[in-house]
Design a protein around this ligand. Structure first.
Ligand SMILES: [Zn+2]
Length: 685
């Protein structure tokens, strides 16, 4: 029976770029949507940017732009990244839109009118310089347990204990450096405990229908037994978000309106595409229509999606999720992604070096239905893609296409010999379980079946040795049979790989002159069918490209917006005091600019050569291009630079130090200058 499904991935935060850690989820969701469609179901696949909250507001301030500008730029970049990774969203929106505002207000008013909202006064830290309440992550201080310094307001990264910001010793505001004061304010809460019976029922139903993983069910049971606490859903101005309709100066907490973005994005899409929106979103209409709503999320946001979210929806007469599929995190080379190791790789950096289908295949070959973390091991990545996709799958076509073209005008045999037809039917039967494996998110298992058939096909071709048959005029008919069957098996495998590597399979389908939109399309082999000329489908991964991607990821950290390329002290007004010894560790010197020029291919960088006296000549890349559009004018000036910063290999060359500048970043940066009489190489004290 054909199902109608609304599928979503968690909304990426608009505060930063898409990185390969995000891709686990978006690839998982996209493969699922494509596979379900090929199995004959209707899937509407939508997403959006999560655009609200304090970090967005502060970053926009720092960059001297409006939050609207910031989130619009992010949205453009995010959409381009997903598109180029072949993540086929039907619609990609933003939580900062009218559809989302209307739905958020509807949910809030419904909860309020049914007395599930309460308000109470809360004591919270307040930044007296910035005139704003501080989120926990914007307060730092000494850990009350182990006395480690500079720990966040919610938990200590050294001893791992959690606490509230008011427990911190010597707290300070990360934004202004000021000592925060405690202040009272009225906050609004959703009484989550009211929904416990409803949530237990939802859980029981989902458990039965398979919409929740067993680990998630266990976690929910644990949360129930801990007791469900009311959820603080308001934040005080200044805040970037939606204002409460009945409480001026109070804004919805970003986590209230973020998941509503799923519905808003779908509403926009439904209007555009002429779909029956209510049949997917309204509780009664959805129950009647039998539609489904499926969310793909990371394990860190399970609480929001399995407690708050179903409760909010139910309270407002909206449909609850049919399934919440939770996945683990991505590690790289066995460790957490790291900027300094170059393993914190942005989607765009990956795309500049490697084919997205490589990563899609690698992730699919690892993905199972559990919450286990996945490791991107570059050696395994290279080996698996080269051996599976190039060596097994593409190899079948590249070995046999030539015979069909050379001897048979590109035409497959009209009458397939019975024993070969049997081989084909066996392969069809062996791959049949993949449809269900895709549905259950057992992609790794599905890929093993596909590669198993590819292996057997290659072994069979080797046994038949069509290259020997080709030399013998009397074996033309056998050659035609074998080569045609090999191409047919290649087509069968391509259909089952299509949800995973759609762009590569599209190239294969051009060669095949045959497109499959459903798995069932390949149940029968092609006969008497004419192929297009064969073009190589994909190349082996060159390990140099992986290394170049890692190097770029390291250097992009240098060329990144203001904080990394300019002294951090210039953008963060107050940091804890240091001793004179700490200062003495910095070797600050005067350098006279001898060369200053644009760098080909770098948006933000200028390349400097400095005369550093007894230290010789230094090359330094500095991210101040926006501030100095005519770099040649800097030649002859004295600048201050850090001479003992570890040299950093960038895409454009080695950077041997850091030039100091002041300002908020972008066009606002000004070089720190020294009197023209200062001697190059002189120490700055
Ligand atoms: Zn601690």
């Amino acid at each position: 029976m054909s199902r109608r499904i609304l599928a979503t991935c968690a909304l990426p935060y608009a505060n930063g770029p898409i990185h390969i850690g995000h891709m686990v989820e978006h690839v998982q969701g996209d493969v699922w949507a494509r596979a379900m469609r090929m199995a004959g179901h209707t899937v509407h696949f939508v997403c959006a940017d999560d655009a609200h909250g304090t970090p967005i507001m502060l970053r926009a301030q720092r960059e001297g732009i409006t939050p609207e500008q910031l989130i619009a730029d992010s949205n453009t970049q995010h959409q381009a990244d997903f598109r180029d990774f072949h993540i086929g969203y039907d619609h990609y929106s933003s939580t900062h839109g009218e559809a989302n505002r209307a739905l958020t207000v509807r949910i809030y008013e419904a909860l309020r009118d049914t007395r599930h909202i309460e308000s109470k006064s809360v004591r919270q830290f307040y930044d007296p310089d910035k005139d704003m309440f501080l989120p926990d992550r914007f307060i730092k201080g000494e850990c009350p347990h182990c006395h480690a310094r500079d720990q966040y307001g919610d938990s200590c990264e050294v001893c791992g204990k959690t606490y509230t910001p008011t427990d911190l010793i010597e707290p300070y505001s990360v934004i202004s450096g000021a000592r925060p004061v405690e202040k009272e304010s009225v906050h609004y809460f959703v009484r989550l405990g009211d929904f416990e019976p409803m949530l237990r029922e939802w859980l029981a139903e989902r458990r039965q229908a398979g919409g929740l993983q067993v680990e998630v069910v266990n976690k929910l049971e644990e949360w129930f037994s801990d007791g469900l606490r009311s959820w603080d859903i308001s934040r005080d101005a200044p805040y970037f978000g939606f204002e409460l309709p009945d409480a001026p100066g109070k804004f919805f907490y970003v986590w209230l309106d973020a998941p509503v973005g799923y519905l808003a994005s779908f509403s926009e899409y439904a209007a555009e595409a002429g779909l029956d929106r209510d049949a997917f979103l309204e509780a009664d209409a959805a129950a009647e229509a039998g539609t489904e709503m499926v969310h793909f999320i990371g394990k860190d946001i399970t609480y929001f999606h399995t407690l708050f979210w179903p409760a909010m929806l139910h309270g407002a007469g909206l449909r609850t999720p049919s399934a919440v599929y939770v996945h683990g995190f991505l590690t790289v080379n066995g460790a957490k992604m790291s900027k300094s190791r170059g393993t914190f790789i942005n989607a765009r950096t990956y795309l500049e070096h490697l084919d997205p289908d490589y990563l899609r295949y690698y992730l699919a070959a690892l993905l199972g239905p559990t919450l286990a973390d996945l490791d991107l091991d570059f050696k395994a990545f290279e080996e698996r893609v080269n051996s599976h996709l190039v060596g097994k799958w593409a190899n079948i076509a590249s070995r046999c296409a030539g015979f069909v073209h050379k001897f048979f005008d590109g035409r497959l045999t009209d009458a397939i010999a019975p024993e070969l037809r049997q081989r084909y039917d066996d392969a069809v039967a062996r791959l049949q379980p993949c449809a269900e494996l895709f549905e259950k998110r057992e992609y790794a298992h599905a890929m093993r079946l596909v590669m198993g058939v590819a292996d057997d096909t290659n072994a069979w071709i080797a046994e038949k040795a069509p290259w020997k048959m080709a030399k013998d005029e009397s074996q033309r008919e056998q050659l035609h049979q074998v080569a045609s069957m090999a191409i047919n098996l290649f087509r069968l495998l391509s259909a089952w790989l299509k949800p995973v590597i759609p762009a590569t399979v599209a190239r294969a389908e051009t060669f095949l002159s045959s497109t499959s939109s459903q798995f069932g399309d390949v149940d029968m082999p092609l006969a008497g069918h004419v192929l297009a000329p064969f073009q190589p489908l994909l190349t082996r991964i060159d390990p140099k490209k992986i290394q170049a991607m890692i190097d770029d990821s390291k250097s992009s950290m240098n060329a990144a917006p203001a904080p990394a390329a300019t002294p951090a002290t210039a953008t963060q007004p107050a940091t804890p005091t240091i001793g004179i010894d700490d200062f003495a560790k910095l070797d600050l010197r005067v350098g006279k600019v001898t060369v200053c020029e644009h760098v080909e291919g770098a948006d933000k960088l200028l390349r400097f050569e400095l005369d550093a006296g007894e230290l010789g000549s230094r090359q330094i890349f500095s991210g101040i291009k926006a501030a100095y559009p005519e770099p040649e004018k800097l030649v002859g000036r004295n600048v201050v630079f850090i001479a003992n910063l570890a040299p950093r290999k960038m895409r454009f060359g080695l950077s041997e130090g850091m030039i100091l500048s002041a300002g908020e970043g972008g066009a606002d940066l000004k070089l720190v200058e020294v009197d023209a009489a200062a001697r190059p190489g002189a120490t700055v004290r």
